[in-house]
Ligand binder design. Sequence first.
Ligand SMILES: NC(=O)c1ccc[n+]([C@@H]2O[C@H](COP(=O)([O-])OP(=O)(O)OC[C@H]3O[C@@H](n4cnc5c(N)ncnc54)[C@H](O)[C@@H]3O)[C@@H](O)[C@H]2O)c1
Length: 347
Amino acid sequence: MASKKKAEKRVAIVGFGFMGRMHYGNWKKMKGAKVVAICDRDKAQFTAPITGGNIAGADVATDFGDAALYDDFDQMLREAKPDVISLTLPTPLHVPLTAKALQAGVSVLCEKPMALNAVECDKMIAAAKKARKGAKLMVAHCLRFWPSYMYLKKLVESKKYGKVVAASFRRFSAPPGWQKGTNWFADEAKSGGVALDLHIHDTDMVNYLFGMPKAVTSSAAFGKHGEMQYISTLYDVGGAAVTAEGSWVMTSTLGFEASYIVTFEKAVVILDGKRDKPLCVYPSKGEAFEPKLPAGEGYEYEIRWFLDVLNGKKVEKVITPEQSRDSVKIVDAERRSAKSGKKVAIR
Ligand SMILES: NC(=O)c1ccc[n+]([C@@H]2O[C@H](COP(=O)([O-])OP(=O)(O)OC[C@H]3O[C@@H](n4cnc5c(N)ncnc54)[C@H](O)[C@@H]3O)[C@@H](O)[C@H]2O)c1
């Protein structure tokens, strides 16, 4: 008997700036999926030379094969009939357009942060519960799929080197300015500022590795207009000393930097692209060594994982919409703590 071949998933990219191009390039690598449409309200984005974001890797194509180009989301949904969209739009549009797609029976891979606050995230979760035709929602917390962070997750879970004694995470960047037109990142009402837009990557990693913290204590530096430029947080996870720092105030000559130092009872593990050994394990016995990791970036693995979910494959539990909402909730608490100078409990 001939085996039933699964139909190719029809993919649309919505928002074709830095991250839209990143998703586009990675969807093109997927067997069993085809990008049938790209949508951006600014048609110039289809031909504009891309300025790139804070990390390299976004697709620079201007020939999109037979993918249809749209500047209207509703028209795209009606005509292109995608099975799944990558929603790579400015953050205030995440909730309304995700809800619309799910209501139309279209699955959504929505960029992080899920929404501007936890209440808004709950609206997205409610929309996912009412989604038509079994459509699914995933928030693209790429670090959970990044090989050097997946390696850390495995060490924490397996306790290969004992328990975690201390962990510190850093994410440093110059202020974002790659978007076309008005700098929506600079407006905290639109992006949530450095805490919600950048630092949430590490907050979500703390949530993934240690669970929901009981409380946070944050301090921050603010710019001339009261905008947060830098945040440093101590997470009360019970047991280990866990901190994370995020900055949008670094110089452009420093470039983008993401790193961690995690001290276990029997080893120290350091990720730092600027060292000779970018990821290295320093055990209490034996030689330091560089673990071998799978090639590629989290952006590719997160898409592969979601595609497997959509195809009904058995997958490892990595992320849920509720966990994505919880990471926004932690950042909400961090921002309150930084402004008040007080420890903030998380309920
Ligand atoms: N995962 C990561 O590492 C990472 C990195 C950077 C940004 N992000 C997130 O990705 C999202 C997008 O960020 P970006 O850097 O790509 O922004 P961007 O400004 O480069 O791109 C956004 C695009 O959306 C388009 N757009 C705006 N309104 C639209 C509408 N109504 N319909 C269709 N298109 C519309 C704009 O024209 C623009 O091309 C944000 O939520 C951001 O926080 C994630």
